[in-house]
Unconditional design. Structure first.
Length: 80
């Protein structure tokens, strides 16, 4: 025992500090991972919304094109 401290107890205290510091880092990493996961989820949701809008627009344009083709076909049948 030097300076009134037991070496084993002092070592235990330092190891406890190391675990506490590790836990803080782990908690920060967990928080960062959760934030990153949340950002990925939001990006996927935004991509899904964009794809849905594009599908709706493609459907509308396809229907419009089909109507124009039918109209052109009727017109050509009248002329010929």
């Amino acid at each position: 025992m030097e300076n009134g401290y037991d070496d084993v107890k002092l070592a235990d205290k330092f190891s406890g500090l190391a675990v506490t510091a590790t836990n803080i880092v782990d908690n920060d990493n967990d928080r960062n991972n959760n934030d990153n996961l949340f950002q990925v989820i939001k990006a996927v949701e935004a991509a899904e919304a964009t794809i849905k809008q594009q599908v709706e627009e493609n459907t509308r344009l396809r229907n419009e094109l089909q109507n124009k083709i039918l109209e052109l076909d009727r017109y050509l049948n009248k002329i010929l």
